[in-house]
Write a protein that binds this ligand. Structure first.
Ligand code: SF4
Length: 216
């Protein structure tokens, strides 16, 4: 990259592109539907791992309409919870983790989801991506949620060099102006699905090609 990254221009171009797609990530839709309730956001974020947006949304609604709190979640039998979570990927493992999480929340946090990175990371099945998304969507805190799309695009475009999403997040915390932290994931996920795809990126249609080392 010849010059310093112009994040303002990158984000503005991506947001203008996204405004034309009318796509909202499933976890954001769940946050909206359940008034940013932290249990709803956490449950939906866990269901979203390796699962398509439409399925995440349907499974989240099915579970949350029956079990809107950790207490009510534990009242469901495993079979019942699994059938509501189906066909989310790895739904049995996710339900088992959610049961463990619900117990911890009741025992340690009076049934509430804690608003801290360390406390969230200590919960079963919760990694940095999930914890960041919960802090952003439920608590309106600053965070950078790095999933496979954010990790791939940042490396492919030459904005940074890293081997793992957690490393990408650490570098972005240094180089990305704070006002863009929360917004990056929402726009790069859609962009990674439709334009800068894992295989066959559509570079001819790319609105940020001018900021991409791959085509400079
Ligand atoms: S130019 Fe191609 S590789 Fe670079 S960000 Fe755009 S789609 Fe991705």
């Amino acid at each position: 990259m010849k010059d310093a990254l112009d994040w303002e221009d990158i984000i503005a171009k991506l947001e203008a592109w996204r405004a034309g797609t009318e796509e909202t990530p499933s976890v954001s839709l769940v946050a909206e539907r359940y008034s940013k309730d932290a249990w709803a956001v956490l449950l939906s974020t866990i269901l979203s791992l390796r699962t398509k947006d439409k399925v995440t949304l349907a499974s989240s609604k099915a579970l949350l309409d029956r079990a809107p709190t950790p207490d009510s979640f534990l009242e469901l039998s495993s079979e019942e919870a699994e059938s509501l979570a189906f066909p989310a990927g790895f739904y049995r493992v996710k339900v088992a983790n959610l049961q463990k999480i619900a117990r911890i929340l009741i025992e340690k946090y009076e049934g509430k989801v804690p608003a801290g990175m360390d406390e969230l990371l200590a919960l079963p099945g919760v990694g940095r991506k999930t914890a960041n998304l919960v802090l952003i969507e439920a608590f309106d805190m600053d965070g950078i949620c790095v999933d496979t799309h954010v990790h791939r695009i940042c490396n492919r475009a030459g904005w940074l060099k890293s081997k793992h999403p957690d490393e990408t997040e650490a570098i972005l915390r240094d180089i990305l102006p704070r006002q863009f932290w929360k917004r990056l994931n929402g726009i790069l996920v859609s962009y990674g699905q439709q334009v800068c795809r894992p295989v066959g990126p559509r570079c001819q249609n790319c609105v940020i090609a001018g900021h991409c080392r791959r085509v400079l």
